[in-house]
Design a protein around this ligand. Structure first.
Ligand SMILES: Cc1cc2nc3c(=O)[nH]c(=O)nc-3n(C[C@H](O)[C@H](O)[C@H](O)COP(=O)(O)OP(=O)(O)OC[C@H]3O[C@@H](n4cnc5c(N)ncnc54)[C@H](O)[C@@H]3O)c2cc1C
Length: 333
């Protein structure tokens, strides 16, 4: 192991359609902190087709070096080609730490790369620190959500982690200098898995949950799909977005992309309004950085009340429909 390079912190810079995922910029912020502590460099790996111009954005957010793998065969994300390129680069440069977003792409790619490198990986981290020996301390909510476990990987390098989107702070963007290096692609022609023949997109239009100033989140206590529209209406009137705990997602009332928590998104709105949510740690880790929290729960001992600024110990049906009527009358008035 090259001692100097082992202090380097790498970030997989996720992009789709030429747009960087916010989590990649968040990871550069954390990587800067870790690399300066370890005395290493922050390195971003950018893959895709015609994506080179994104490299300077990565530099401006803290990357000292950006490796750009630009190739038509990497234009659409595919697990095996992306794994191959990342594995080859890591084997060549031997970084000490590799970070990826806990996104749909990251949670698929990271374990595959870690397995090829015979190293450890912690998934869905909410924080990262370095100990005095350079071991990455990876904080993951665990065991029913009641604790935050700290995981280290002292015997193998690189130490790898996926990190929840929204959990880390982005460094302010400013003009910085860095090295942008094109890397040659050596992809085998065969065994590269399924080919992408076409992409169908769902219509956007809703406010992204992670960016909403107001989040109206619903839980199992909402009672059914037939009541879910109340949350959607309330969110619309407040100019916010709808989030959910896991049970409404499992039941099909809400979409997976709306789930907040350890396996979902991290939100930091100005106002989080939780409705029919008990407050299990798996959910709390995704919303506890909200500025103001209001919770409605019919159980006056609900755990979520401990993480709330305003508590409403009531059946939500007695609160939400009149609130919607009141907001509507104000909009009209
Ligand atoms: C590995 C793992 C990862 C997980 N990741 C996540 C995650 O990312 N996000 C997540 O949310 N969960 C996650 N979970 C699930 C999590 O453990 C909880 O099961 C879930 O968060 C509970 O959701 P809930 O609060 O909606 O439901 P419940 O715990 O069933 O709570 C429902 C609440 O509604 C209240 N209620 C009932 N009726 C009414 C009413 N009429 N008016 C007002 N209140 C009412 C009840 O008092 C109760 O407090 C994960 C679990 C595991 C094992």
């Amino acid at each position: 192991m090259n001692e100097k390079k082992s202090a380097d912190v790498w970030v997989f810079a996720e992009q789709r359609d030429g747009e960087l995922h916010d989590v990649s910029l968040e990871l550069l912020g954390k990587a800067s902190e870790l690399a300066s502590q370890a005395g290493g460099a922050v390195v971003a790996v950018l893959m895709g087709h015609q994506v080179r111009e994104l490299a300077q954005i990565l530099v401006n957010h803290g990357a000292h070096i950006v490796f750009v793998a630009d190739d038509p065969r990497l234009g659409q994300y595919r697990l095996l080609p992306y794994t191959h390129v990342l594995e080859s680069l890591i084997k060549k440069h031997e970084p000490g730490t590799v970070l990826m977003g806990a996104t749909a792409m990251g949670v698929e790619l990271a374990p595959r790369v870690a397995a090829r490198l015979r190293t450890g990986l912690s998934a869905h981290c909410i924080d990262l620190k370095l100990d005095e020996k350079g071991n990455l301390l990876q904080m993951v909510p665990g065991w029913g959500g009641g604790i935050v476990a700290t995981i280290a990987c002292p015997d193998h390098r690189p130490q790898m982690a996926t990190v929840m989107p929204g959990a880390m702070r982005v460094l302010p963007e400013e003009e910085r200098e860095g090295r942008i290096e094109d890397v040659s692609i050596d992809l085998p022609d065969s065994n590269m898995g399924p080919e992408v023949l076409g992409v169908e997109r769902t219509v956007a239009g809703e406010q992204p949950l992670e960016k909403a100033e107001v989040v109206v989140a619903g839980g199992w206590g909402v009672g059914g799909k037939e009541n879910w529209h109340l949350l959607e209406e309330l969110a619309r009137l407040l100019g916010g977005a709808v989030g959910a705990t896991r049970p409404p997602v499992d039941e099909g009332w809400a979409r997976e992309s709306q789930m907040i928590g350890q396996s979902g998104k991290t939100v930091r709105p100005t106002l989080y309004l939780g409705i029919g949510i008990s407050g299990v740690m798996h959910h709390i880790v995704g919303m506890d950085q909200s500025k103001h929290v209001i919770s409605i729960n019919s159980n006056q001992n609900a755990d979520i009340f401990q993480a709330s600024d305003v508590i409403v110990a009531q059946d939500f049906m007695k609160i939400v429909p009149p609130l919607i009527s009141e907001l509507k009358s104000r909009v009209k008035g």
